[in-house]
Design a protein around this ligand. Structure first.
Ligand SMILES: [Fe+2]
Ligand SMILES: [Fe+2]
Length: 167
C-alpha cells in the first residue's frame, strides 16, 4: 500500500516547485530587462529582480521552519511560461510592440506566482505555521503589487507605444 501522504507533504512539494520557479525567474528577468525598450520597463524588471532575490531568501527560511533543506523540483509550468516569453522576445524583438509583449509574459509569471503563494500561505495557516504564513504573505503582496505596476506601465507606456505605428 502507498504510504499515506498529508497536507504537509503537499506543502513541501509545492514549496520545492515555487523555489525552482523563482530561481528560473531570477535568471529570466535580466534577459527581459535587456529586451525592454522603455526605461520604465527596464527599471521595473530590475526592481523585481532585486525583490526576487529576497523572495528566494524567504523561501529558504520557510524550508528551515519546515525542518527541510532548500531544494527545487522541476516546475513544468514556469518552464512553459518562460519559453513563451522567449518566443515573444524572438518574434517581437526591436518592434514597437515588444514592451507590451514583455509585460504580457511577465504578468503570466506573476499570476502563476500569485496562485502558488496564495495556496502555500493558506496551507501554512492551516498547518499552524504562522511564521511561514507571514513570510509567504509578504511575497504574495509583492507579486500582487508587481502585477498592478505592470498593468499601469502597459496602460501608460507600452500599449500606446505599440499602437502608434498602426494609427
Ligand atoms: Fe517571485
Ligand atoms: Fe514575481
Amino acid at each position: 500500500m502507498a504510504k499515506e501522504k498529508t497536507l504537509q507533504d503537499l506543502f513541501h512539494d509545492t514549496l520545492k516547485d515555487i523555489y525552482y520557479a523563482e530561481r528560473k525567474i531570477l535568471k529570466a528577468l535580466p534577459k527581459m530587462k535587456r529586451a525592454a525598450q522603455s526605461e520604465e520597463l527596464k527599471a521595473a524588471f530590475e526592481k523585481h529582480r532585486e525583490e526576487t532575490e529576497g523572495q528566494i531568501e524567504r523561501l529558504q527560511q520557510v524550508f528551515e521552519l519546515l525542518g527541510k533543506r532548500p531544494q527545487g523540483k522541476t516546475c513544468d509550468a514556469i518552464e512553459g511560461i518562460i519559453a513563451e516569453g522567449e518566443e515573444i522576445m524572438d518574434e517581437f524583438k526591436g518592434t514597437a510592440a515588444i514592451d507590451a509583449g514583455l509585460i504580457s509574459a511577465a504578468q503570466a509569471v506573476e499570476h502563476y506566482e500569485i496562485a502558488r503563494y496564495g495556496t502555500l500561505k493558506r496551507w501554512a495557516e492551516t498547518l499552524g505555521m504562522k511564521d511561514a504564513a507571514k513570510l509567504l504573505d509578504e511575497t504574495l503582496q509583492q507579486e500582487g503589487k508587481t502585477d498592478e505596476d505592470l498593468t499601469t506601465l502597459a496602460d501608460k507606456v507600452a500599449n500606446p507605444a505599440a499602437m502608434e505605428k498602426a494609427a
